[in-house]
Ligand binder design. Structure first.
Ligand code: GLY
Length: 355
């Protein structure tokens, strides 16, 4: 097994994010140490189950856990009430109790939905995240946001539930199709734009695949600090939504056929371009961000109109009353929050679509 890095997240309760190779094989003994023996329900999707469910189940059973598993059809379009309800009914049929635990095995959709099920089943049981995609490793498995999508928009129902542990097995990254890997690269590039120009430069030079564990550790360490200071997204945590207001609008306009990371990539370019046109940046950044995203196999724009995007974004949960808070990149490595009336979204997005 390669060396394992561990990052502590000091929320209440605190938890560890372990990053390295071979962790799915050793999840049983590791979780026995951190959780104690209990009944575990592994929730996963139809893409991930054939790859890793056997490994995880066998490691957990060998360590002494009672294990049940639930597999739902893969895809963001399944991140809805029907799937959530199926998971909750399953947990009840399997008679999980308050001392038991859910294990979310998969990408962002699985982590969000299994986490939500854990947050509301019996008014809350523990959830462990086993991210298998780069996107869930660098972002969604850490920080306790859980959700499903509603017809009106993305992630509109959910709870905050910090995981009991996160085990990120970097060996899983090798099995990812390039476009799924690129999805995670978008969130890591976002982190670079937020706080870490050298991380951004790693993606500009295209050298990411040589050491993804380092990239994951840097993204998780930054996110852990933000979440510790602002767990429920009352202030600083909103910065993590860079590119997401327009990104979520693109996802919604596409009926969730455009993957999250791809939509966020386009959203990043649009907000960077808008910020430049509106004089909010300290230096030209949009072309540099677009080039970096393109180098990593990501889109840099969208065919949806400013009207369609502004309309979709106006249902975004970052809205508060008649205002919305956008994350504005000032330069690579520094961003700020800007609150504005929802009516200003249309001119901002229009500016972002101008080349
Ligand atoms: N994905 C943004 C957050 O966790 O706050």
């Amino acid at each position: 097994m390669s060396s394992i890095q561990t990052i502590q997240v000091h929320t209440a309760p605190a938890y560890a994010v372990s990053i390295g190779g071979g962790l799915l094989h050793t999840c049983g003994p590791l979780l026995r140490e951190s959780l104690g023996l209990c009944h575990v329900a592994v929730i996963t999707d139809s893409n991930v189950a054939p790859l890793y469910l056997g490994t995880v189940t066998s490691s957990l059973q060998t360590a002494g856990f009672a294990v049940s598993s639930y597999v739902f059809p893969a895809g963001e379009a399944r991140k809805n009430f029907d799937t959530l309800s199926g998971i909750l009914e399953f947990l009840a049929e399997e008679r999980l109790t308050r001392t038991d635990c859910i294990v979310a095995l998969g990408g962002g959709v699985t982590g969000d939905m299994a986490g939500f099920a854990a947050g509301c089943y019996l008014r809350g049981i523990r959830c462990v995240q086993l991210p298998t995609t780069l996107l869930s490793a660098v972002d969604s498995s850490v920080g306790g946001k859980t959700a499903i999508d509603l017809k009106a928009g993305k992630n509109l129902a959910g709870v905050f539930l910090q995981p009991a542990a996160v085990l990120c097995d970097t060996d899983c990254l090798a099995s990812l199709p390039p476009e799924v890997f690129a999805d995670g690269a978008a969130e890591a590039i976002k982190t670079g734009v937020l706080c870490d120009e050298s991380l951004f430069s790693l993606f500009e030079s295209g050298h990411l695949e040589t050491d993804p564990a380092q990239v994951i550790a840097r993204c998780v360490a930054y996110k852990a600090g933000v979440v510790e200071r602002d767990e429920k997204e009352q202030g600083e945590r909103r910065l993590l939504n860079l590119g997401h207001t327009v990104g979520h609008a693109i996802e919604k306009c596409s009926g969730y056929s455009i993957p999250h990371g791809h939509a966020v990539a386009a959203g990043l370019v649009i907000i960077a371009r808008a910020s430049e046109h509106l004089g909010w940046t300290e230096e030209p950044i949009a072309a540099r961000i677009a080039a970096c995203l393109a180098k990593n196999g990501l889109p840099t724009g969208t065919d949806y109109t400013a009207d369609a995007l502004a309309n979709a974004a106006s249902a975004d949960k970052k809205r508060a009353g008649g205002d919305i808070t956008l994350v504005i990149p000032r330069k690579i490595g520094a961003c700020e929050l800007r609150k504005m009336p929802v009516a200003e979204l249309l001119p901002v997005i229009t500016a972002g679509l101008e080349v």
